[in-house]
Design a protein around this ligand. Structure first.
Ligand SMILES: [Zn+2]
Length: 422
């Protein structure tokens, strides 16, 4: 297995569609999905009727603007009001393969179709191939993660070991005993397994070559360590429990190509207005799924789309990366502060390992401090440069403070707002 080419090849012709071909393909399924949801009487029908829209009023991607955005919160409320699926399901429940539950709580139906969540294309693009032996460390209970990746792997022709998360010693043992070549899970758990394999003295018998990393931030320094220290290609993808795969990296690591069966709009999280290419906003998706058609589903995640050419040959636009949650947008001294802006400041300085913006209120004044973990001491000149960058990017004054290493734990909020208003 050591000679496998994990960098070239493209799985689907649709991935190389020109912009025109892609639009034609997507507008065809858009019309069909909308017409289907309308005739099945999902909540989309009521919202279209209240706006005086017939199914043929939604023919182009621009027409989507006429429809409301359904947020996670709306879905959760609809499911409570009309259990179990809020009226969005267009087939009898008995026709489903499985039902999952994701935070909200939201029930997620899985139709009886191959690769329902569309992960196969993504798994190929990140480097998996037929014949790979893969540990899937995502959970298989209630949450859809474990099953959705397993289905994609099965479609691709890989062998899956459903290890779930935890028990690094058993995982390291499986890597060694079964000649495992691939990993699915979070970056931090992969690192934990590799460290355990080192402690157990079995790392030289481990043949891991490729890792599909999701569900948490992947620092570039960590990706580099996977490759330099362990020879593992680590690539990311993005999706949600509600809609499955949205986008995925390619060997160029220049963002995540949007899946051909997903229409992505980037909208202003406050107003819902569609933003021009290159703007940071909330990712809103419409998928080619007639069983559970979610039209204009607001993911709550912030990103940015680029249509710049990619050297891999795929022509699909890319999400640059996920920049935080839309609901983390906050107002300081009357100005909106986006997590992406904070991240932009942090990314400007290679000396910063990670950081967050602390927003406090002292004597009726908003106070911002960028708290950073550093590779080195925070020299006065560097401190001034960072403060200037904050002022330039956020249009607000902010201080900088160095934190001891490892103060910020996994999953920390990039904007920590501790203001009290009572
Ligand atoms: Zn590419």
């Amino acid at each position: 297995m050591s000679q496998i080419d994990r960098n070239s090849g493209i799985l689907h012709a649709q991935e190389t569609f020109t912009a025109d071909q892609r639009r034609q393909y997507q507008e065809k399924f858009l019309s069909e999905v909308v017409a289907h949801a309308y005739s099945a009487g999902t909540p989309l029908r009521a919202s279209m009727e209240s706006r005086g829209l017939a199914p043929d009023s939604i023919r182009t991607i621009e027409d989507l603007k006429k429809l409301p955005i359904t947020k996670k919160k709306d879905l959760s409320e609809a499911q409570k009001a009309q259990p179990p699926f809020g009226g969005f399901l267009t087939v009898p429940i008995s026709d489903l393969a499985r039902i999952h539950q994701s935070p909200g709580p939201i029930y997620d139906p899985v139709g009886k179709v191959n690769d329902y969540w569309r992960w196969k294309t993504a798994l190929y693009s990140v480097g998996f191939r037929s014949g790979d032996i893969v540990i899937n460390t995502f959970a298989y209970h209630l949450t859809p993660a474990g099953h959705m990746f397993e289905e994609g792997m099965t479609e691709l022709g890989a062998v899956v070991i459903p290890t779930g998360v935890g028990n690094t010693e058993a995982q390291a043992d499986i890597l060694k005993s079964l000649g495992v070549t691939g990993y699915i899970g979070t970056p931090s758990f992969l690192m934990a397994i590799l460290k355990k394999a080192e402690d157990m003295g079995v790392i030289s018998n481990v043949n891991l070559q490729v890792a599909f990393l999701a569900a948490e931030m992947l620092p570039e320094s960590m990706r580099k360590r996977f490759f330099d220290d362990y020879g593992i290609i680590g690539r990311q993808a993005y999706g949600t429990a509600d809609v499955g795969c949205v986008s995925y990296e390619c060997p160029q690591l220049s963002g995540m190509h949007i899946h051909h069966d997903v229409i992505v709009e980037i909208v202003d999280p406050e107003t819902g207005a569609v933003l021009p290419e290159g703007s940071v906003g909330e990712v809103v998706v419409t998928c080619n799924n007639r069983i559970y058609p979610l039209v204009r589903f607001g993911t709550g995640d912030l990103s940015c789309v680029t249509t710049d050419e990619c050297a891999c040959g795929r022509k699909a636009p890319r999400l640059t990366r996920i920049l935080g949650r839309a609901d983390q947008v906050t107002k300081v001294k009357g100005m909106f502060v986006h997590p992406s802006q904070v991240q932009r400041v942090i990314d400007t300085f290679p000396e910063i390992v990670r950081g967050r913006l602390l927003v406090e209120r002292l004597q009726d004044q908003d106070l911002m401090t960028l708290e950073v973990e550093m590779k080195e001491e925070l020299a006065p000149s560097l401190k001034t440069s960072i403060e200037n960058s904050i002022k330039e990017t956020l249009k607000l004054k902010g201080a900088v403070r160095k934190l001891p290493t490892d103060t910020l734990k996994e999953g920390f909020r990039i904007i920590e707002d501790i203001r009290k208003w009572d």
